[in-house]
Ligand binder design. Sequence first.
Ligand SMILES: Cc1cc2nc3c(=O)[nH]c(=O)nc-3n(C[C@H](O)[C@H](O)[C@H](O)COP(=O)(O)OP(=O)(O)OC[C@H]3O[C@@H](n4cnc5c(N)ncnc54)[C@H](O)[C@@H]3O)c2cc1C
Length: 447
Amino acid sequence: MTSIFTQRNLGKRTDVLIIGGGIVGCGLLRDLSLHDVDAVLIDKKDFTSQTSNSSSKMLHGGIRYLENFDFKLVFEALHEKNLWLKLAPHLAKERKFYLPTFSDSKRPLWMLKIGLFLYDFLSSFQNRPHQMASASQTLKDLNGIRSHGLKGAGIYYDAVVDDGKLTLEVLYDAVLNPKCRALNYVSLADLKLPNEEQDHFVATLKDELTGETTTILAKDVVFATGPFTDQVLADIEGLKWKPCLLPSKGSHLWISKQALPVTESLVMVGKDDRVIFVIPWHDRVLVGTTEKVMNGEMFDLRPSQEEITYLLDALKDYFPDKNISSSDILGSFAGVRPLVKESDTNDLGKTAREHKVFSPHERVRVIVGGKYTTFRVMVQEVARELCLKNNQAYSSEHTKRALRQPSIIPAFTNKELDAASRELIWRHELPRIEDDLLLRRAGKIDS
Ligand SMILES: Cc1cc2nc3c(=O)[nH]c(=O)nc-3n(C[C@H](O)[C@H](O)[C@H](O)COP(=O)(O)OP(=O)(O)OC[C@H]3O[C@@H](n4cnc5c(N)ncnc54)[C@H](O)[C@@H]3O)c2cc1C
């Protein structure tokens, strides 16, 4: 077997080494690639196998952040959502969301109306305008919704996205430039900081599948390791790192559409006042999410029994006649939000979703936090700095170009994985093991 290091042309040097192949790392690699900067990205697991494949699969402004007065974030996210609807219509689709209100709801219809107007306003009226629905209309549109106490619903527009495929297509676009290379199942085993005579770091990379190691010299290093950041940086000798994250786990269930035959998306409010999205998706319905402070191992998480019960209870409350139970669960997944600590709160709901860039060494950047929706703008500050260092003029417009390398199995389809597609995926979509081909390239759900 050819070594992954030679197969993907790793080489001995690079200008920028990016650790982490979620949406943030891949987004940064693409930005650098479009500016012709030499860069290498590595991920300890498969690309986009962690948080960036475990989101609520929405490109959205974040309607609930309005209550925290995070207007800047909502504005930015709404503009990005509307941009991606145009740039990648095969990966992001506009969806109508219902916010049903009951006589005992904390937010009455008039309050929803004000919030939804503000949401449209912050999109610079690019959103399709919100509407209000009567109780009878809501009952008609949301098959099986509880009628007792129902007052009506606010309706607004956001987008759903195939988060795993968007990350992969961003990556495929990046590696079209041969100066940009990406290696999965390759971890950072050691990083030696430059001494006074050196202009480079010495990074030892380890192939997690074969155990093979190699070294590469890098002028700059960027950590885009999401919720793993504190753990990864704690292991690097010589870097002064103060833990900055409040990792928060969130889980989702795939419910069979036969059990929950909704055709429109809706927002439920759980007993603890958290929002839970219900999103029809092919032959199934996505339900989530939960929110729980996390400690310990964060790779490849699964929902706990407590989280499953919480989500099923919310469904029972909103759809009392459907008798939805654990036997209706087709699959599930969990991820960890890389929330950056606010100095004055440990309340997850109030912790801002804005990103931060830290610099624990003059040539190390750590980019963390934010939301999937805003990845393109999140990485620009770091990309600009690295382009200028490498004598490339920077334009924030480059990443507004369309993606050039579509997936073999398109998102939102039930295209079969035949032998020819399988062969093309092995050749062009960089999986290293069969499970990754099935789960993230062919769209099989994790059961
Ligand atoms: C439950 C949930 C729901 C969400 N819903 C939404 C939503 O609907 N819309 C939205 O906009 N945002 C949403 N988010 C937020 C969004 O998913 C994240 O902000 C985003 O995916 C984070 O991407 P990332 O690249 O920073 O992290 P990740 O995707 O986790 O990428 C980090 C990568 O670093 C790699 N790594 C770790 N250690 C090493 C190492 N030592 N060497 C090499 N690689 C390493 C990991 O394998 C991983 O692939 C949600 C998050 C969660 C958890």
